[in-house]
Design a binder for this molecule. Sequence first.
Ligand SMILES: Cc1ncc(COP(=O)(O)O)c(C=O)c1O
Length: 409
Amino acid sequence: MRQIRIGDFRIGNEEKEAINEILGTGHISEGVKVNKFEKLFAEYTGTKYAIALSSGTAALIAGLTALKYHKDYGIKNNSRIITTPLTYIATSNAIVLSGFEPVYVDVDKETFGITPENIKTHLEQVDDISKYSLILPVHLLGYPNDMSSINKIAKKYGLNTFEDSSEAHGTMINGGKTGSMSLLSSFSFYIAHNIQVGEMGAITTDDFDLIKLIRKIKANGRMCDCTICTRKNGGCPKIAAYTGEDDFDPRFTHEFIGYNFKTMEFQAALGITQLKKADWIIKRRLENVKYLNDGLEKHSDMLKLPKYDYNISYMGYPLVIKDTKKLTRKYLRTELEKQGIETRPLFGCIPTQQPAYAYLKNKYTGLLPNAEYLGSNAFYLGCHQYLEQADLDHIITAFDKILSTFRGR
Ligand SMILES: Cc1ncc(COP(=O)(O)O)c(C=O)c1O
C-alpha cells in the first residue's frame, strides 16, 4: 500500500556529494559549512545574521537565554512572555526552562496563531506591565502571524517580539519573510519541516551583540565569539587582546553558564543543498495543498479545509472536524492510518491539554476556546514536495471512502 508520510527527505547525488565532501576533509564538528549555511540562511530570510544550533528547541532556549544576559535587554527571571497555547510543546518548554512564565492568549481558528486583538485585550488588562518582556508568536504549519500589528502592540507596551518560525521557512507576510520581523527568530530543520536536514535549528536577527552572545551560549558560555576559530594560525583576537601573564585560553574560559547547542558540518551541508531547492519545495507544497483542497471540497460540510494562500510555505495540510458529534478525529485518523496516510494531531492546547502543564489547567480552563477546539479536533497530513499525483489521488479517494459512511447520518 502507498505510504503517505508527513514529511520526506530524499538523499540524491547532491546530498551525497555534500556529505562526502565533509568526510573527505575529516573535519566534522562546526566549521566552514556551518558558517556558510549561516550566511546563506541570513540571506534567505532577509536578516543580517543567522546562527546554526543543534535543534529548533536549542535555538529557542539560546535566544531566550541571550535576552537574559544582554546588557540592554536584560530580561529578568520569571518575566512573562505572551505566547500561543497551540504549538509543538518545545516553544513553551523553552520559555519555562529559560526561567520565564508563559502567558497564553487564544488563537485564530483559521490561521492557528495568536491574534493581535487577543494580545491587545490581554495587555489592556495588565496591572503591572513591567512583569512582561516579550511576545512570542509561532507561525504554525507555515501560517504567518500578522507581525506588523503584533510589533505595533509590542512597541506600545515597551515589549520585544521573538518569532518561532520553526514551521514557516519562506512564508511571506507584510512584505517580508517570517523570521525577519522580530528582535530574534528561531527555526527548526527537523525532518518533517518545510526545509529539512534531520536535526538542526537556527536563530536569525539583525542584532550583532545578540549573535555574539548566542555564539557563546551555544558553546557552554565560552568566551569565543568568532565564526571560525583562527587560533591555530595564531590569529585569536581574544588572545591578542589579552594583557594578563597567565596561559589564557578563551575556549576554556567561560563568561556565562551556557549549553552545548553546537551542530555539525553534516547538517549544515545538507541545509545548503535544501536551501537551493527552497523555492521548488515551497511551490510543490503549494500545488499539493491546492490539489487536495480541490479534491476534498466536496467534504467541506464535514471538514474545514485549509486556507490557501500563495504566500504560505506549508509545513502540512491541516484539517479541522466541523461536527464532532458525527465524526471524531480519533476515528478519522485511525481510518486514514489504515490507508497508509500518516497524520498528526494539531499538538493540543498546552495549558489545558498537555499533562506536563497540568499545573496551569485550572487557570486556563475555558479561556482558550479556539486552541482547545483545535487541540482536540484539528490534525494534519503531509503535503510535502515528494508527493506524486497518485499519492494525492490516494488521499482524496481514502477520504471519499471513509466519509461516505457518514453522509446523510
Ligand atoms: C513550532 C515549533 N517550535 C519549536 C520546535 C522545536 O524544533 P526541534 O524539533 O528542531 O527542536 C518545533 C519542532 O517541531 C516546532 O514545530
